[in-house]
Structures are given as structure tokens and as C-alpha cells.
Design a protein around this ligand. Structure first.
Ligand SMILES: Nc1ncnc2c1ncn2[C@@H]1O[C@H](COP(=O)(O)OP(=O)(O)OP(=O)(O)O)[C@@H](O)[C@H]1O
Ligand SMILES: [Mg+2]
Length: 481
């Protein structure tokens, strides 16, 4: 309760003074006043963590103080003091949002115990807010969540490269977030005021793709009834995102190469040369080097596109992101659907962590969205909510359909892990421990390197390892300072 900002409202001078003394002794910052009206004035002037008010006061009474406190900030806690025999009023105060009440006469220790409880609630709330902010700051960039070290490196790279005009090639499996990366690159570049134009190269046949990219003149081909600007022109001064670049035909590859070399192009059926003031970002699920080796993709174009490669790892290789993303989707969906869900039950978490997500983040997102919509539980998502099959054999249904999700989860796939649904502080510690372990693993146990990756001093890392019982097998044997 140290440092708690507290407002004390009581008209009995002796009572007020003894409470003031006791509260200041335990480290609270107390402002004491003797009337309800003064109390309300103080509340309007300043923010308090806790208000302790007598219910019967001259002028405005304790309930008025309580109402003002809650109106101004619902997070301000209020403790009411009531005379013996007027417990009903105290219950009324609880309904208005008071944290608790004490009945006169009371021992000072009784009061201090309640203040201590309020202090603990406030500390937890602050911790929660800090964690949330930390998650937002550290693990989220333009809507891309990533707690895994590789994802954080990807986010750092996006920040760095966004400011340049270099061509970027984003490589990753389906649903890993390539489009989000392209958005972030545009939003953080000096081109953000101009359009970000997206073209899915796989969606169009060769002849149409060429016209789509470069535009065409009226009559350039059958069906070209009027002149049309292409995507390169639409993206002028902005960014052009060519998705599924591995799918473009040799003819379009040549044309694209020319734009990249000369920064000019012509509309189909025109001789007029147009400047291309465009930053190119491409994405592919394919291994373009292999495509080059097999003669399906031009090597010169590959090098022009692969100026800055950004590889987005599949979700199964970034376990730390699973619950961060799942929790984020859960919160968004429960708010949208007005459901009271707060998290995942322990078995549901275990299932989520063990699954391999062939559809990556998109699959996880859909799974959680569906779970929130289907969930009948008041507090947490259950394994059955996550399973797409109504009669999943692994969850006790008739074994007619196979369910990859539950079979992997229940039979314990390769990523078996113990997780428990516990308090926020414990969850954070669990995450911190797992994360430190995973970093240590990746840097082959070198605590010096790990401390750099984690942004901690070696001493701080050493202390954390000690606290979490991370064995010295993970240490590089250097003496800690
Ligand atoms: N790191 C992430 N944090 C939060 N949401 C993410 C993340 N990665 C992907 N998503 C979400 O997952 C979904 C799929 O992402 P996106 O469309 O960017 O993937 P993609 O790699 O372009 O997939 P595809 O290859 O199928 O086009 C989107 O709804 C996106 O918002
Ligand atoms: Mg995509």
C-alpha cells in the first residue's frame, strides 16, 4: 500500500486524525478533509487510488462522495465507514461500487487490512496495464503480433527497411502474415500518403495480368473498349504490392524486369513511356531460388526483387506467438460478440500449443473466432469450442470424422508443453521463463548473446535464470558480474 494516493473524508476530528496517522505510517499519501463537499472538491481536483469516507457527513454525504469518485474514475476504489446498525446503507454503497465497508467502532488493523487488499488489487491492475502496454509496444507493430525472437527480428527489419525505397521480397507460407508485412512497410514509409496498390498475380491469366499491371490503350486487344490505367500508374508515388510473384509468366517477368531496371513502362498498345515512381514489395510462398534453378523464374529478376528479403516463419516455429495471438483474437472477438470470455482453459491452451497450424496465423485466427462464437462457457474457451468437428472422436464424439487438431493435441504432438491457467503474474513469469529458455536454446546456451537478444544486462539475465531455476547447462560458463 506504499505510495497509494488516498482521500480521507470524516467529520470526527479524533477519528480522522488517528486514521490519518495510521495510514501515513504505512506509507500512504493521504489528503484528509472533514466534509462531503470538501471531499467532492478534492476528487474533482486530483486523482485518487482510494477514498475512505464516512457515510454520515455534514453537507454532501458519503454516498455522494462515492458517486462522484466512481463517476470521475471507475477505477478509484472507495471504502465506506458506517455506524453500527446502518449496514443497509453500507450494502447500498457496495451496490454503487464501493470496494468494502467497515462498521464503527473498528480496530485500526481492520481498516489497514482492507487498505492492503485495495493496494494489492491496484498493484495487479497496474501490472496488467504494464504488461498490456509492454505487449503492445514490444510485441506489436502495425497489427503484427510477435513475441518470438525471429518475429521480433522481422519487425525490426520492417522498421528499418520501411524508410528506404528498396524492393522487398516477403517469403512465407500461406497465412503467415505476408500481407500485414506489406501494409506495415507502406504505412511506415515516406510513401504512406500515396496509395498502396495490391495485385494478386495468381488470380489473373498472363494476358490480363500484363494489362492489369501496365494499363492499356483503347482497342489494344479484344475487349479493350477504353483506355485504362494500370496498377503501376495507380500506385504512383506509393507502393505496389505484387502478391504471389512466383506465379508470373516469363513474358510478364521480362516486362517487370524492365520496369525495375529502367523505372519506366508503356501501357499495352501505346508507345508513350511512363515513369514508374513506385516502391515494389512482392510476396511469395514459393522458394524462388528453386524456381530459378528449375528454369521457371528469371535469375536476373529474382536478384532485382530479392534486394531485401523478409522471411516470415511459419507459426509452428514460433510457439511464443500462439497464445499472444490467440488471446488478442479472443479479446477482439468477445468484445465484438459481447461475450464475457477472458481466456482459454488449461486443456484448451495445451491443445492450442501442441497443434502445428498448417494454415498458420489465419488458421489460428479462424479457430479462435469460431470458438468465441460457439462458446457457451462464461469465462474460458474449452477444447470442444476449438474443434471444428461436432462429433470429434478425440473429444468423446462418434469416431466418424478425423480431426487433425485434436488428434495432434491430445496425443501430444512434437511440441508438448505444460501450461497452467493461473494468475497474471504467474502467467507472465511462465512466459518469461519459456521465452528465456527458447532464446538460450537458439543461441546455444550463451548467456552473453542471450542477454543482448533479450535487452537485459548479463546480471539481470543471471538473476532471472536463478529465479526460474534455469539450469547451468544453458550457461556458457562465464562468471556473472
Ligand atoms: N503476426 C500476426 N499478428 C496478428 N495477426 C496476424 C499475424 N500474422 C497474420 N495475421 C493475421 O492472419 C491472417 C492472414 O495474414 P495475411 O493475409 O497477411 O497472410 P499471408 O501470408 O498474406 O497469407 P496468404 O499467403 O494466404 O496470402 C490475417 O487476418 C492477419 O491479420
Ligand atoms: Mg496474402
Amino acid at each position: 500500500m506504499k505510495g497509494l494516493n488516498l482521500l480521507l473524508v470524516d467529520d470526527e476530528p479524533l477519528m480522522r486524525l488517528s486514521m490519518l496517522d495510521a495510514l501515513e505510517d504505512v506509507g500512504c499519501n493521504v489528503q484528509a478533509v472533514s466534509t462531503g463537499t470538501e471531499g467532492i472538491e478534492a476528487l474533482r481536483a486530483k486523482a485518487f487510488d482510494l477514498v475512505i469516507t464516512d457515510l454520515r457527513l455534514p453537507g454532501a454525504d458519503g454516498l455522494a462522495v462515492l458517486k462522484t469518485a466512481k463517476e470521475k474514475d471507475p477505477l478509484t476504489e472507495v471504502l465506506v465507514i458506517t455506524a453500527h446498525g446502518s449496514v443497509e446503507t453500507a450494502v447500498g454503497a457496495m451496490k454503487l461500487g464501493a470496494f468494502d465497508y467497515v462498521t464503527k467502532p473498528f480496530q485500526m488493523d481492520e481498516l489497514l487490512l482492507i487498505v492492503e487488499r485495495v493496494g494489492a488489487v491496484i498493484a495487479l491492475r497496474r501490472e496488467n496495464q504494464d504488461l498490456k502496454r509492454q505487449l503492445e509496444d514490444k510485441f506489436c507493430f502495425n497489427g503484427i503480433l510477435g513475441a518470438n525472437s525471429h518475429m521480433r527480428a522481422v519487425l525490426e527489419k520492417i522498421k528499418l527497411v520501411a524508410e528506404t525505397d528498396s524492393t522487398v521480397l516477403i517469403v512465407g507460407e500461406s497465412g503467415t502474415g505476408k500481407e500485414l508485412v506489406a501494409n506495415a512497410l507502406h504505412q511506415n514509409s515516406f510513401r504512406r500518403g500515396a496509395p498502396l496498390i495490391k495485385v494478386s498475380c495468381a488470380a489473373l491469366p498472363e494476358s490480363l495480368l500484363e494489362a492489369e499491371l501496365f494499363g492499356h490503350e483503347k482497342g489494344a486487344f479484344t475487349g479493350a473498349l477504353r483506355q485504362r490505367r494500370g496498377r503501376f500508374e495507380m500506385a504512383n508515388r506509393g507502393t505496389l504490392f505484387l502478391d504471389e510473384i512466383g506465379e508470373i509468366s516469363p513474358v510478364v517477368q521480362v516486362k517487370l524486369l524492365r520496369v525495375l531496371q529502367e523505372r519506366t513502362f508503356e501501357r499495352v498498345g501505346s508507345n508513350e513511356t511512363i515513369e514508374a515512381d513506385v516502391r515494389l514489395v512482392c510476396a511469395t510462398q514459393k522458394d524462388l531460388r528453386k524456381e530459378v534453378a528449375q528454369g521457371r523464374f528469371r535469375e536476373d529478376l529474382f536478384y532485382r526483387l530479392n534486394v531485401v528479403p523478409i522471411v516470415v516463419p511459419p507459426l509452428r516455429q514460433r510457439q511464443e506467438d500462439i497464445m499472444v495471438i490467440a488471446q488478442h483474437v479472443l479479446e477482439t472477438c468477445s468484445e465484438k460478440l459481447n461475450k464475457p470470455l477472458r481466456g482459454f482453459s488449461q486443456p484448451a491452451r495445451e491443445l492450442l500449443l501442441r497443434y502445428s497450424y498448417p494454415g498458420n496465423v489465419r488458421e489460428l485466427e479462424n479457430m479462435v473466432e469460431r470458438a468465441v462464437a460457439l462458446s457457451r462457457d462464461q469465462a474460458t474457451v474449452q477444447p470442444a469450442d476449438l474443434c471444428g468437428f461436432q462429433s470429434c472422436p478425440y473429444l468423446g464424439g462418434t469416431p466418424q470424422e478425423s480431426c487433425g487438431f485434436c488428434s495432434e493435441g491430445l496425443t501430444g504432438g512434437p511440441k508438448k508443453r505444460d501450461t497452467a491457467l493461473t494468475s497474471l503474474a504467474a502467467a507472465r513469469e511462465g512466459f518469461e521463463k519459456d521465452y528465456i529458455l527458447s532464446v538460450l536454446e537458439r543461441v546455444e546456451g550463451s548467456r552473453t548473446t542471450a542477454s543482448k537478444v533479450l535487452g537485459l544486462s548479463r546480471k539481470a539475465l543471471w538473476e532471472k535464470c536463478k529465479r526460474y531455476g534455469i539450469p547451468s547447462a544453458h550457461s556458457d560458463g562465464e562468471e556473472e558480474t
